[in-house]
Design a protein around this ligand. Structure first.
Ligand code: GLN
Length: 479
């Protein structure tokens, strides 16, 4: 039996040494995807995957050097532009779209020898917290298929948890890697804004869009980040990565951990709170210094996010006009009808809602009251985090106020859905890195996630802390 859930470094070594072939790994993933198709984690297979695997195997037999991810199979969220198939962002409006070029992140993974086996389901354009906003039907929770897997990267999170691939890559604009990781019982890393190139990734909100991995361990996440990160001439917002690999162990003098007080208050499920406090007790018993810290502006973060992000969405979605990309209403007779019918038929309810909110908060007369005020609140949040990081190396709290909820429960209540982002959006607005690791489970067996946050570009400290936390919480994790 080929086990694709082994640590990534181990899999790559096994392929390099000839113990396993890349083809065997890809075939194992394709078989698992088929057996577990009822979860609807995958939207499309990569028809070129087996050919790419054979190419890696041929190079190994020829004694040529292959990268650190040699033959390791992964799945990409369907908002990464990939060659040779469709890129839909799970929206009807992009259903026929075939990308003319490849995203930088995927190109880097492939250059390191990794093989994309499939594209994963998501909330259309990344709008949502449950993957129920996919225009192609929801993904089911890998632990309990009557529940949602979280979102918007529910497909990638479920794919990793179900063992359909070794790791997945996704986007996080307000929590879309961390929150589904928490709901599905895997690790999800959102790096510092700009650390991984957004070139060739379908834009949601350009000032908070980030790219990161979903994995089965912190070590795996560090390895994938190491491959994907770095400046890209094609994305002017990218920053220089740290010279040291993200995979090496790292020690720091400033070990104090801040437990975010606001993330344990109103709206937090008692079982989530209990798991967070139990993790803190473990850390303290292991000799770590954990203190409660207050970030007073956090209460404003959700409102701030749901003004700034729709504003950016309304601008980014204006490019889908029935002319440049994807679907175009066939019955339209005039240019105005092309715009009108394509957009009304092609966009789902949530995309339309966000276009309306975004256009409203940017319109003359409301701009000062909403958008400008939200930007001022964003500055307050940045100040709160900056201040906290003067004392604490890492901040912790729950990843999500709740655990996975039943499919359909919040599908028609956008405000209730937005509340699922309570603990993730502030970090996105601030541009800091954060990671969700499994911290236990509810009595009903549903996964709970712990979020660790570090200052911008402090990924090495974040990963070292998460790695230590993961070890301390090991036996709390659902098998
Ligand atoms: N759930 C959040 C939203 O709907 C986050 C989405 C994301 O990070 N892509 O905006």
């Amino acid at each position: 039996m080929i086990d694709v859930t082994r640590p990534i470094a181990e899999l790559a070594r096994a392929v390099q040494s000839g113990e396993l072939t890349a083809r065997q790994l890809v075939e194992a993933c394709l078989a698992a995807i088929e057996t577990k198709s009822s979860y609807h984690a995958v939207l499309e297979l990569n028809a070129a995957a087996l050919g790419q695997a054979d190419a890696v195997d041929t190079r190994i037999v020829a004694g040529e050097s292959v990268g650190v991810l040699a033959g390791v199979p992964f799945i990409a969220k369907d908002n990464f532009l990939t060659l040779g198939g469709h890129t839909t962002a799970a929206s009807h409006i992009l259903k026929p779209f075939e990308a003319p070029y490849q995203s930088t992140a995927i190109a880097k993974l492939e250059a390191a020898g990794a093989i994309m086996v499939a594209k994963a389901n998501m909330d259309a354009f990344g709008h949502g917290s449950s993957t129920e906003n996919s225009d192609f039907g929801p993904t089911k929770n890998p632990v309990d298929p009557t529940m949602v897997p979280g979102g918007s990267s529910g497909g990638p999170a479920a794919a990793v948890a179900l063992g359909l691939c070794s790791f997945a890559v996704a986007t996080d604009t307000g929590g879309s890697i961390r929150q589904p990781a928490s709901f599905s019982g895997v690790v999800g890393l959102k790096p510092t804004y700009g650390l991984v190139s957004r070139y060739g990734v379908v834009a949601m909100a350009s000032s908070t869009d980030t790219i990161g991995p979903l994995t089965r361990s912190v070590a795996d996440a560090a390895l994938v980040l190491d491959v994907m990160s770095g400046q890209d001439p094609a994305d002017a917002t990218t920053i220089e990565r740290q010279a040291e690999p993200y995979t090496t162990t790292w020690r720091s003098g400033k070990a104090k951990i801040g437990l975010i007080k606001e993330y344990l208050g109103e709206g937090i499920d008692p079982e989530v709170k209990a798991a967070t406090l139990a993790a803190v007790a473990r850390f303290r018993a292991a000799g770590l210094d954990v203190e409660e810290v207050s970030l007073p502006s956090l209460d404003l973060a959700l409102a701030c996010y749901y003004i700034i992000v729709p504003a950016e969405i309304s601008s980014n979605l204006s490019r889908y006009d029935g002319i440049k990309y994807g679907y175009s209403a066939p019955e339209a007779k005039t240019l105005a009808e092309t715009y009108d019918l394509t957009r009304s038929q092609g966009f789902g309810a949530e995309a339309k809602r966000r276009i309306l909110i975004g256009t409203y908060v940017l319109s003359s007369g409301y701009y000062d009251a909403y958008y400008k005020k939200a930007q001022a609140v964003r500055t307050l949040l940045i100040q709160d985090f900056t201040k906290a990081f003067e004392t604490y190396g890492v901040l912790i709290g729950p990843t999500s106020p709740i655990t996975a909820f039943p499919l359909g429960q919040k599908a028609h209540d956008p405000l209730a859905m937005y509340l699922a982002d309570l603990c993730t959006v502030a970090v996105s607005l601030v541009g800091a890195p954060a990671i969700s690791i499994p911290s236990g489970h509810t009595k009903a067996g549903l996964p709970i996630g712990l979020q660790l946050i570090a200052a911008q570009q402090d990924e090495r400290r974040l990963l070292a802390a998460a790695d230590a936390a993961e070890a301390l919480l090991q036996d709390r994790v659902v098998a």
